[in-house]
Design a protein. Structure first.
Length: 331
């Protein structure tokens, strides 16, 4: 998994990530470091570790659109999988957010939604926490969207506020915890997105390696997808068989974007998609085999989704007689 790290100043969080990758505590590689500040020590940390380092700002490229294109081109050339903002103070453009949707993460030194938003960074946060008399503060890692510090929260770590704390002492203690928290949370993110890619591409060896670490095959790995739903989506017969044989529940309904559906619901929807029939005959055959596999592993044709419909209901709705007959064999 290739991680591009964006940092504006010292880059101590970047260093924690680099060290974790080198020691194999993180199964990933820092593929590039970006900064909007030419004097950022983060860039020097990258060079010291033979990592490509890039300064991009309007001092270098004055046209904002041209600047975005150059950043996106560089990210692509570095084979970037995810972006991590480790003390990056410039707001990302909509074009970068679109290109890496759900794959950009930020670390923020407070328990969001408290003490977030424009201007809330560095020592300002810790001064505000102390001024409000908070008993605790903390760290948040969240997905990045178009608004400051309002993306989906991935994980949080609490840090107590001591009676003797100054903004500086509190900042130092939170920063120390950040370095541990970054690595722990990135490990979860890398594992989830690694499994996401393995299931999307039908890479059984990678999926097996990740699941053998003890990862729950029913976990929601990204954007509401479980490994089984992804394997069904891409018509990966062998991977579906592997997942079902290694603990994936054929009747599991995740809480997420696809919470309406079990794997059988999804397979029935794919099979009844008229565009699929006309474009890809092999995919259609694979989905049929997947439906047969799911039924053999106990998938229930009459199990209702959140809208109150079963796979059988959908098959009948689309007047797919052969599919209705197949589903009937398991009723």
């Amino acid at each position: 998994m290739n991680i591009a790290v964006f940092a504006s100043h010292n880059g101590s969080g970047l260093q924690a990530i680099i060290d974790a990758c080198k020691s194999k505590r993180l199964d990933a590689k820092v593929c590039a470091v970006f900064s909007n500040n030419s004097g950022s020590y983060a860039l020097q940390r990258a060079r010291d570790n033979e990592i490509p380092a890039f300064h991009f700002s309007q001092k270098v490229i004055s046209d904002p659109e041209a600047l975005d294109r150059e950043i996106l081109d560089t990210l692509a050339k570095c084979d970037t999988d995810i972006i991590f903002l480790a003390g990056y103070l410039k707001k990302l453009s909509p074009s970068i957010l679109r290109a890496y949707m759900f794959r950009i993460f930020n670390i923020h030194p407070s328990l969001l939604p408290k003490y977030g938003g424009k201007g809330m960074h560095g020592i300002n946060i810790h001064k505000a926490v102390l001024a409000a008399g908070e008993a605790e503060t903390g760290i948040t890692i969240h997905q990045v969207n178009e608004k400051y510090d309002e993306g989906k929260i991935i994980a949080q770590r609490r840090v107590p506020v001591l009676a003797c704390d100054t903004p500086e002492s509190l900042a130092a203690r939170v920063l120390e915890e950040e370095h541990v928290f970054i690595v722990e949370t990135l490990d979860e993110i890398v594992t989830s997105y690694g499994l996401f890619d393995a299931c999307r591409k039908g890479n059984i060896e990678l999926a097996k390696r990740i699941i053998d670490k003890g990862i729950d095959p029913n976990r929601v790995i990204a954007h509401g997808w479980t490994p089984l739903l992804l394997a069904v989506e891409h018509g990966e017969v062998e991977l579906v068989d592997f997942l079902l044989s290694n603990g994936a529940d054929a009747n599991y309904q995740p809480n997420g974007d696809f919470s309406r559906w079990t794997a059988l619901h999804h397979a029935v929807h794919r099979y009844t998609d008229e565009d699929i029939h006309s474009i890809n005959e092999e995919y259609e055959k694979n989905i049929w085999v997947i439906i047969e596999l799911l039924l053999k592993k106990g998938a229930l044709p009459d199990l209702k989704d959140k809208s109150g419909k079963s796979p059988m209901d959908y098959a009948k709705e689309y007047n797919c007689i052969t599919l209705v007959e197949l589903l009937n064999t398991s009723l």
